[in-house]
Design a binder for this molecule. Structure first.
Ligand SMILES: [Zn+2]
Length: 435
């Protein structure tokens, strides 16, 4: 695709139309109430929530599109100054309220941008979305898949969300005399809170802004800002730390539960020298999940109590490695890129899933892309950086097995750093969607 047509989750100048997958803050960096660079397309639910996050935003720019049907947009080719037709379909990403994938079709070919997504094998919503995607493709090949690669590493093994939700219920039920705080973002994990509420017949406390969001989502009876009505409180993730829990425990016995796919859970906290040895021997390597393992003695697998007050439960709104693999096998794109590209934990999806792409030789494909980039072409603007800095370097590292070490080491270092901050009582996750 030529430069200057569309941007996804990226808000700089230079595109004719903009697309927002969902409202987590790591996808809206650069957006503001005064942003006015062009029409912004999103799902109807995101459009409903949008003014709450960006009050006074020019609503004439906000263009909600329904899922499950093609929408046509007429754009102008910057190079030829002629009209070019863009077709787009929104597909449920089952990540947080309003989150969608975008499937684009046009003269440039076919592109699929997943945004953040979780498609579990047992999810009816995911099955419907999968059917919608396959029907929409009608046998077309996805030329480039922009993939949620947050957990694109085989060490990320975690259960379906309903299993993890039951684990959390079990923890709360086993502490009948304790208050409970659960760390959440400004959007997402509503299904978890509803599950807890129904299973234990309790209301859930949320902070005032979060209650407004719950009301916008049409949840009116379950959530409250009155602390006397419940012992279960959902608190902002940034306020969930050891200092907070120690302070709370000086008044009342309280446990904290962090629902997260991140492996910042270690078996030992005795000295930094144990950190490296513990990371890959934690739940992610030692314990294997079964899709149906909701009951029995192993049902608390993956739950870690790494501080006397704190439990971590692998409840994630991102796909685990196996789900990402199943998705790539389903799509079989010609090329793919990860949308998650922070320097600390970027993992190249081609490294693990190149064999599922339609190009014959990964090295040739990387080489071709490098040539294409050198030739002045550019893909759509999207959140994240390209990993194609040098196809030659990448291929050389691949041959000697260096990529895996680099990537895994990158993830390790990131988690160690996060744990150290956590142990010092620092905030974990300054913005949304780090789970
Ligand atoms: Zn997200």
């Amino acid at each position: 695709m030529e430069k200057g047509l569309i941007s996804v989750d990226r808000w700089a100048d230079g595109s004719q139309v903009y697309f927002l997958t969902h409202l987590h803050s790591d996808h809206t960096q650069g957006l503001s109430s005064t942003w006015a660079k062009g029409p912004l397309y999103c799902s109807p639910l995101t459009a409903k929530l949008f003014p709450f996050k960006f009050p006074n935003f020019g609503l004439s720019l906000l263009r909600p599109l329904h899922t499950n049907s093609w929408h046509s947009l007429s754009l102008i080719s910057p190079s030829s100054a002629s009209k070019t037709l863009l077709q787009v379909m929104l597909i449920d990403a089952h990540h947080c309220p309003g989150a969608v994938m975008f499937l684009f079709r046009g003269e440039f070919g076919c592109l699929l941008y997943t945004g953040d997504f979780r498609w579990e094998a047992n999810s009816e919503r995911a099955k419907r979305a999968k059917t919608m995607l396959i029907d929409a493709l009608q046998g077309d090949v996805v030329d480039t898949l922009y993939l949620d690669n947050t957990y694109c590493n085989p060490s990320y093994v975690f259960p379906h969300r309903d299993i993890a939700a039951q684990q959390i219920v079990d923890i709360i039920a086993s502490h009948p005399e304790h208050d409970v705080i659960i760390g959440i973002d400004t959007l997402g994990k509503e299904d978890l809170l509803l599950y807890i509420s129904r299973a234990l017949n309790v209301k859930i406390w949320v902070w005032p802004e979060r209650l407004q969001t719950m009301h916008l989502l049409d949840f009116h009876d379950i959530f409250t800002t009155n602390t006397t009505l419940t012992r279960v409180r959902a608190v902002p993730r940034y306020s969930f730390n050891i200092n907070t829990l120690e302070g709370l425990n000086s008044m009342r016995p309280t446990i904290g539960i962090m629902p997260s796919g991140l492996p910042w859970v270690l078996k030992s906290l005795e000295g930094d020298e144990t950190l490296f040895g513990s990371l890959l021997t934690s739940r992610y390597n030692k314990r294997k999940w079964s899709a149906n393992s909701g009951t029995g003695p192993d049902k608390l697998n993956g739950v870690e109590r790494f501080h006397k007050y704190i439990y971590s439960v692998p409840y994630s709104d991102h796909s685990c490695y196996k789900e990402i693999q199943e998705f790539v096998e389903l799509i079989q794109p010609t090329n793919m890129k990860g949308i998650m590209s922070s320097s600390s934990c970027y993992v190249d999806p081609l490294y693990y899933f190149g064999r599922f792409s339609r190009a014959d030789q990964p090295s040739q494909r990387l080489h071709d892309q490098h040539e294409s980039k050198e030739g002045g072409k550019r893909d759509l603007a999207f959140r994240g950086k390209s990993y194609l800095g040098s196809g030659d370097v990448l291929e050389a590292k691949r041959k000697r097995g260096g990529i895996a070490k680099v990537n895994i080491l990158g993830v390790r270092l990131s988690r160690v750093s996060a744990l150290r901050r956590f142990r010092r009582g620092a905030k974990i996750g300054e913005c949304d969607c780090h789970d």
